[in-house]
Design a protein around this ligand. Structure first.
Ligand SMILES: Cc1cc2nc3c(=O)[nH]c(=O)nc-3n(C[C@H](O)[C@H](O)[C@H](O)COP(=O)(O)OP(=O)(O)OC[C@H]3O[C@@H](n4cnc5c(N)ncnc54)[C@H](O)[C@@H]3O)c2cc1C
Length: 434
């Protein structure tokens, strides 16, 4: 529902009600900061409510590990701290190996992450059979982290938003932010469709919209979108208690006893003007994923082409035109999911798929987030580019970003996440694209 009234001012305004925005608002409100969060649609309407629900440390780019380890600590206590269920369970995570090359890459990751004290290890086929009794004979072993977990995307961000509200945050939905105002080189307000909120600090946690929002301020944020098709099965007991990623399938047990399933190896990208604008920076990631990349040319291109770069702030903006990014699931990918599910877990062949959906994943060129103050206007910050694995790290990112915004001790080095790494000659090397 649109807000009845708008606060005249706030210490900090957060744009975006995904897991990153609501977690930041929650940590800020707990510290007594007067924070307002504006969401154009509804909380977790986009990526944060549509993802696979994996809360995973293993296989990440090492730059993300400190924040992710903190995030899993927050998840462990979250239900106690907010007094609501988010469906968190520590069932473990498996990446299965079909070849010696896969096993080698898993050993290399474990060696590279040895200083972080994780319980990740490479297990052989007999041990894998103990963890997954119906393991496929094609699997030679797996990368395994027992302390990794899962949570329910439809529950987590809304529950954290309610906790933030109880702690004093103002959470506004159906409240698109059209732009910001500045005075003397500093943020002075946020212009929403319902009026202006005076503030000196803004966080843009707008997910797949961040690049467009920043472009209107002449800030270049390299970001592309990839459509992810997901399905869920009816409940089926005893097949799998953890998250499992295979070349053909991503699957995890749900709180309702069913499984959230997706195709393991399709990156479905609709070509847009942004594809050309940022192509050079994305070349390393595209080359790494060339075998699984499906490029489409059509409506997405025209839709983005038609968007203005700047718009007047006293009239409806593109953010009001599309309240919720709700792409259709790909029928072809859904057929692939069914086929692969039956092949990998024949025990589930008779279990029906009862729902399917899609989400637009936003990615950065090195598949690692971009966090920090950006542009020439003092007080304007971003936290975006979580690249297909921001749900698990979301609460940890929220804690770190809240500290950054208030000038407190972040406890984590945020410099690897600076936007300028894409412009200062730092080599762009994606490590993990899962
Ligand atoms: C299919 C799929 C599977 C995934 N699987 C996993 C997984 O298993 N584990 C994992 O860790 N991650 C996963 N991810 C990634 C994860 O969901 C995202 O990285 C994470 O949710 C990003 O959170 P966010 O808060 O940055 O963005 P979002 O959740 O996208 O939220 C951004 C919000 O900003 C709002 N907004 C934008 N512009 C404006 C504006 N101008 N005014 C007001 N509001 C605005 C949008 O409406 C949106 O609600 C997956 C994603 C998808 C799509």
């Amino acid at each position: 529902m649109p807000p009845d009234s708008l606060p005249a001012s706030a210490d900090i305004v957060v744009i975006g009600g995904g897991i990153v925005g609501v977690s930041t608002a929650w940590f800020l409100a707990r510290q007594g900061v007067n924070v307002v969060l504006c969401e154009k649609g509804y909380i977790a309407g986009e990526q944060s409510g549509r993802n696979w629900g994996w809360v995973r440390q293993q296989g990440r780019d090492l730059r993300e590990l400190p924040m992710m380890i903190d995030s899993i600590r927050i998840f462990r206590n979250l239900e106690r701290d907010i007094g609501e269920s988010v469906g968190f369970a520590e069932g473990g995570c498996l990446f299965t190996a079909r070849s010696d090359k896969d096993l080698e890459s898993f050993h290399a990751w474990v060696a590279s992450a040895k200083d972080y004290g994780l319980d990740t290890r490479v297990i052989d086929a007999p041990e894998l059979k103990q963890v997954v009794p119906g393991a496929s004979p094609a699997w030679r072993g797996a990368l395994y982290t027992p302390s990794d977990g899962r949570a329910e995307p439809h529950k987590a961000a809304p529950a954290i938003a309610r906790a933030a509200s109880r702690a004093g945050a103002t959470i506004l939905t159906a409240c698109a932010v059209r732009g910001i105002e500045s005075a003397a080189g500093r943020v002075s307000g946020v212009v929403t469709e319902h009026g202006t909120i005076g503030t000196r600090v803004v966080l843009c946690a707008a997910g797949a919209w961040t690049s467009m929002f920043c472009r209107s301020l002449d800030i270049s944020v390299p970001q592309l979108r990839v459509r992810g098709t997901v399905a869920r099965t009816a409940p089926a007991e005893g097949v799998l208690g953890c998250n499992l990623f295979d070349a053909k399938l991503g699957i995890r047990l749900r709180e309702d006893g069913g499984y959230t399933v997706a195709h393991g190896s399709i990156l479905d990208h609709g070509i847009t003007p942004s594809t050309f604008r940022y192509a050079f920076k994305f070349i390393p990631a595209l080359m790494q994923e060339i075998k699984v990349l499906r490029l489409r040319f059509g409506r997405d291109f025209i839709d983005e082409w038609a968007l203005p770069k700047h718009w007047p702030l006293d009239r409806p903006s593109p953010f009001e035109d599309k309240r919720v990014l709700d792409p259709a699931p790909s029928p072809r990918v859904l057929r692939g999911i069914r086929r692969n599910l039956d092949a990998v877990f024949p025990q589930l062949a008779t279990v029906p798929i009862v729902e399917s959906w899609a989400g637009m994943v936003e990615t950065s060129p090195d598949v690692v987030p971009m966090i920090g103050q950006v542009g020439d206007i003092e007080g304007f910050h971003i936290a975006t580019g979580f690249s297909g694995h921001g749900f698990g790290i979301g609460p940890g990112a929220g804690r770190a970003v809240a500290a950054m915004l208030t000038g407190a001790d972040v406890g984590i080095d945020l410099s690897p996440f600076r936007l300028s790494r894409f412009f200062d000659g730092t080599p762009i090397r994606p490590q993990s694209t899962i």
